[in-house]
Ligand binder design. Structure first.
Ligand code: FES
Length: 80
């Protein structure tokens, strides 16, 4: 949590992403989902999200809120 925002820090094949941890469908934790190198699948109703495009695989209009990530000397910094 950062203030009132739940944040999922995702390691997808060695690439680090930070997303709002609330699934756009019904708010389940995306960080608890199934993560591959290219997608995150919500565990509740199995919606799938494209990591690079930051949207649902089946519908580009369903966006994921993401935050910039910076890695400095092995530490991960998320800009909220
Ligand atoms: S809450 Fe994520 S797919 Fe329904």
């Amino acid at each position: 949590m950062v203030q009132d925002t739940p944040v999922a820090v995702i390691n997808a094949g060695g690439n680090i992403f930070a997303w709002d941890n609330r699934c756009p469908h019904r708010g389940a934790s995306l960080g608890d989902g199934h993560i591959t190198d290219t997608t995150v699948q919500c565990k509740f109703h199995l919606w799938e999200f494209d990591i690079k495009r930051e949207c649902a695989v089946a519908n580009d209009a369903i966006k994921i809120k993401s935050f910039p990530v910076e890695i400095i000397e092995g530490e991960i910094f998320v800009k909220i």
